[in-house]
Design a protein around this ligand. Structure first.
Ligand code: ZN
Ligand code: ZN
Length: 333
């Protein structure tokens, strides 16, 4: 299974400004002083291997869209944020046609559907696009998004066959050589998280979900949903202090909650997702460093705890890896 992150930013697409790019170039040139950088190959190697990620590259600003490659001819996609435009361009440039695309929608907030009108395969009459989700209003919402005065053309401009399927938590779906299940999540208007199991690998796409005090219960249903997954894509634009103060009830979670749930659910890799549009690359880098440090500290604290002490935490093996996902990231599970 290969997971392609096409959009990882939350709430609104976030472009780099001219000053952001200028700052990256200045920081790169400062770091290059005194280095032997004559050929393009040397320069590329320096940019890719020596420069910090936030200087030589960046997290990007497209809103949620994740493509999961399972080996099937049919395509499995989660959410239609602005990253879906990029995905559609890639499919078109690869000449992909005469194909069925299964698009699972977490919820209808604009940042999760705004790329759909720009998805090139929807204009190819040989394709079939099936929109899936837990909300009854998907067809109505997508139709309204593509209507005057919000958009110049309607959904009837899509030449592909378009259909809609509504599902309930507990349903087990089989598409793209995978078993797909869903869970309802706390978010304004509710959202749905999806688990994909295919060829002994598993991933969970869980965005726009606020995990509150109930998450500390051992019977918290989300734990069973993510149990043993190779990858958990987790919505965490906030720090712990933001999530319990100024941003409480905004429908999102913290990096610390992500680590805790991934550890208890024995998830291998935690990919933080839905970055705050107000966070610069430097801020995301520092959040990532903070998240990794929290995991390290909690592991060593556990090591120092003498076994047998009542209430002592159990050995923490998971997650084995933590990263803040970025646009263009591809993870092979
Ligand atoms: Zn969102
Ligand atoms: Zn939302």
């Amino acid at each position: 299974m290969k997971v392609h992150f096409k959009g990882t930013r939350g709430s609104i697409p976030t472009a780099y400004s001219a000053n952001d790019i200028k700052d990256k170039v200045v920081a790169a040139l400062l770091a290059a002083r005194g280095k032997e950088l004559r050929s393009e190959r040397q320069i590329r190697e320096f940019v890719e291997k020596k420069l910090p990620f936030q200087v030589g590259s960046g997290w990007g600003g497209n809103t949620p869209c994740v493509y999961v490659e399972t080996g099937s001819e049919e395509k499995l996609i989660f959410d239609g944020g602005s990253g879906m435009r990029v995905l559609g361009q890639e499919f078109a440039s690869q000449g992909i046609s005469n194909t069925t695309f299964h698009v699972f929608i977490s919820h209808l907030h604009y940042d999760h559907i705004q790329g759909i009108p720009f998805f090139i395969p929807a204009y190819d009459p040989s394709n079939h696009i099936v929109f899936h989700g837990g909300h009854e209003i998907i067809e109505d919402s997508l139709t309204r998004q593509m209507s005057a005065p919000f958009f110049p053309i309607g959904m009837d401009a899509f030449n592909a066959k378009i259909s809609f399927e509504t599902h309930k938590p507990g349903d087990v779906l089989e598409h793209c050589d995978a078993k797909i299940t869903l869970i309802e999540q706390a978010h304004p208007g509710v959202s749905y998280g999806y688990r994909v199991d295919s060829q002994e690998k598993s991933m969970v796409y869980s965005t726009d979900a606020e995990h509150t005090n109930e998450a500390h219960s051992s019977s918290y249903p989300f734990l069973d949903f993510i149990r043993g997954a190779n990858l958990l894509i987790f919505d965490a634009p906030y720090t712990h202090s933001q999530s319990i103060s100024i941003r409480e009830h905004w429908g999102h979670s913290s990096n610390i909650m992500g680590v805790e749930l991934a550890a208890r659910g024995e998830v291998e890799t935690l990919a933080i997702f839905h970055h705050d549009p107000g966070s610069s690359d430097h801020e995301i880098e520092s959040l990532q460093a903070h998240t990794k440090k929290f995991l390290q500290t909690s592991r060593s604290a556990i090591k120092e705890t003498r076994p047998g002490i009542p209430g002592a935490p159990s050995t923490r093996k998971f997650p084995t890896e933590i990263l803040h996902s970025h646009d263009g990231l591809v993870l092979a599970l």
